[in-house]
Write a protein of this length. Structure first.
Length: 448
C-alpha cells in the first residue's frame, strides 16, 4: 500500500474476515532503499513477473515482494551510563560490564542510558524496559534511550531492557542490572529495637520519677514550711517591712500549693539571700555600696517574681564609681525602691521600668537616683489605700537617718523627690535623688 510516508507491507496469518486475523504491518521508507517517502494513492502496478512498480515523487520503485525479508539479527542492548542525581556513578569498571551496583540510602534518584551496537537502521530500533520492584508494566519506547527514577525507596531492584530491530524482531534475552539501595540506619531492625528499648526505659524512668515525687510530696511541703518559719523569724529580727515579708511568704506558699516546687525553691533561695544580707548589714551603720546594690537587686528580683516579671530594672554605675570602696548608710535604698514599685509601677498599664544610677557630684558627693516611669505621685495618692502607711514609714525612716547624719556636719546629705512630666505636662514617672557626702573620699584627700 502506498502512502505519503512510504510503503506498508501488510500480512495476515488468517483470513481477513476471520476473527483471529492478526495483521503484521511493516513500513518501508527511504531507509529501506525507496527513492522517496511520498507516494500517490493507487499509483502502482504489478508486472507479469510478479514485481510491483510504485510511482513516487522521485521516480519509479520496482521490486519483487520476495525481496522484502526480515532481518533475524537483533542487536544486544548495553547500559552505557548510570547517573545519581545527574552525576555519573563512579565505578571501578565501565557500567556496561557490571551486573550490579550498590547505592547509599540517600542516592535514590537515578537515571540510565542504553544503546545497541547495531548499525542497520538505528532510527527504527525499539526498546522495552522495566524496573522490577517499581514498574508494574513493561514500558516501550522508540524516541529515547534513557530513563529516570526519583525518590526510590530502600531495597533491591532489577533493571531489564531489550530491543527490537528495524523489522520488529524482539530479542529473547534481556540486559539486566541489579540495583541495591541501602537501608538507612534509622530503619534497620537493630535501631528500631534499640529505640523501643530506650523508649521503654524512658517511660519507666518517668513513671518511677512520678512515684518518687508523690512519695516526697509531703516531705517537701514539710521542709518548705520549716524553712519558711526560720526565714520569718530571721526577717522579724531584721525588722523587715511586715507587708513585704508576709506577701513574700504568701507567694512562696502559693507556689507550694500549686505544686510549683521549682519556682518555690527559686523564690525561697532568693528570699533567704535577701534576709541573710539584711541580717548581716542591719548591725552595721555603713556598708559598701556594692553590698547595698546587691541587696537591692535581690529585692527587685523577688518583687519581679512575685508580680510575674511585670517590670524591668537596670542598675547603672558611672565609670568613676568604685562600688567596693564607697560606703553608704546600710539598708538605705530599699524603702525608696519599694515605694517606686508599689506606688509608681504596679498601677501603670504598659511597659514598666525602674533605673538606679550612681554617679559623683563635685568629687565629694555620691548621687544616687531612683527613677521610675510609673503613674506619678498625684495619681498614686488617689489609688493608695492600706499600703500607704507602710511605704511612708519606710521612706520617713530613711530621711530621719540622713537628718541624724547631718547633725554637726557641714557637708549635708539630702533626699529630693522630683515629678517627671512630658511636654503636655502629664506625669510620666518619679525620680528620687539621694545625695550623700562621701566621708571616706574626703578623708583620703585630707590625709594627702
Amino acid at each position: 500500500i502506498s502512502t505519503n510516508a512510504g510503503l506498508s507491507n501488510i500480512q495476515w496469518n488468517e483470513s481477513v474476515l476471520s476473527k483471529k486475523a492478526n495483521p503484521q504491518i511493516r513500513n518501508l521508507d527511504e531507509s529501506n532503499g525507496l527513492l522517496s517517502n511520498d507516494f500517490n494513492t493507487g499509483a502502482y502496478t504489478k508486472l507479469r513477473d510478479g514485481r510491483f512498480v510504485f510511482g513516487g515523487l522521485n521516480g519509479l520503485n520496482v521490486f519483487h515482494p520476495s525481496e522484502i525479508t526480515n532481518n533475524p539479527e537483533v542487536p544486544v542492548v548495553y547500559i552505557n551510563e548510570f547517573k545519581v542525581f545527574e552525576n555519573p556513578l563512579q565505578t571501578k569498571e565501565d557500567i556496561c560490564f557490571l551486573d550490579k551496583v550498590n547505592l547509599r540510602h540517600f542516592e535514590n534518584s537515578i537515571s540510565l542510558s542504553f544503546s545497541t551496537l547495531g548499525f542497520s537502521l538505528p532510527g527504527k530500533i525499539k526498546y522495552q524496559y522495566k524496573l522490577e520492584g517499581y514498574d508494574k508494566e513493561w514500558i516501550n519506547t522508540t524516541d529515547r534511550n534513557y530513563v529516570s527514577y526519583t525518590n526510590l525507596n530502600s531495597g533491591k531492584y532489577q533493571f531489564q531492557v531489550r530491543c527490537a530491530n528495524a523489522d520488529g524482531i524482539w530479542s529473547d534475552d534481556y540486559t539486566r542490572l541489579q540495583i541495591t539501595i541501602a537501608t538507612p540506619f534509622y530503619k534497620a531492625w537493630w535501631f528500631i529495637l534499640a529505640s523501643v528499648l530506650l523508649l521503654a526505659q524512658f517511660i519507666y524512668m518517668i513513671y518511677k520519677n512520678k512515684i518518687n515525687q508523690i512519695r516526697e510530696k509531703e516531705a517537701i511541703r514539710f521542709q518548705y514550711t520549716k524553712e519558711l518559719a526560720e526565714v520569718e523569724m530571721k526577717a522579724l529580727r531584721a525588722q523587715i517591712n511586715p507587708h513585704f515579708l508576709f506577701n513574700s511568704l504568701n507567694s512562696i506558699n502559693n507556689f507550694i500549693l500549686r505544686n510549683d516546687t521549682k519556682m518555690a525553691s527559686r523564690y525561697l533561695v532568693k528570699f533567704s539571700q535577701l534576709v541573710r544580707n539584711i541580717l548581716n548589714n542591719s548591725s552595721a551603720t555603713f556598708i559598701n555600696l556594692e553590698e547595698e546594690l546587691q541587696t537591692i537587686e535581690l529585692y527587685m528580683i523577688i518583687e519581679g517574681m512575685r508580680f510575674s516579671n511585670q517590670f524591668s530594672y537596670q542598675i547603672v554605675l558611672s565609670p568613676e564609681i568604685q562600688p567596693g570602696s564607697i560606703r553608704i548608710p546600710s539598708l538605705l535604698l530599699q524603702p525608696y525602691v519599694e515605694n517606686a514599685i508599689w506606688h509608681g509601677l504596679l498601677h501603670k498599664v504598659g511597659e514598666k521600668n525602674i533605673v538606679i544610677s550612681v554617679k559623683r557630684n563635685d568629687l565629694q558627693y555620691i548621687c544616687i537616683e531612683i527613677e521610675d516611669n510609673g503613674v506619678g505621685r498625684e495619681k498614686a495618692s488617689q489609688l493608695e489605700s492600706k499600703t500607704k502607711k507602710n511605704k511612708s514609714f519606710g521612706m520617713a525612716l530613711g530621711e530621719s537617718r540622713l537628718r541624724l547624719m547631718n547633725l554637726g556636719s557641714t557637708p549635708q546629705s539630702s533626699v529630693e523627690v522630683a515629678d517627671l512630666r512630658n511636654a503636655e505636662g502629664d506625669a510620666i514617672g518619679t525620680k528620687i535623688i539621694i545625695t550623700l557626702f562621701d566621708a571616706k573620699f574626703n578623708q583620703s584627700i585630707l590625709n594627702q
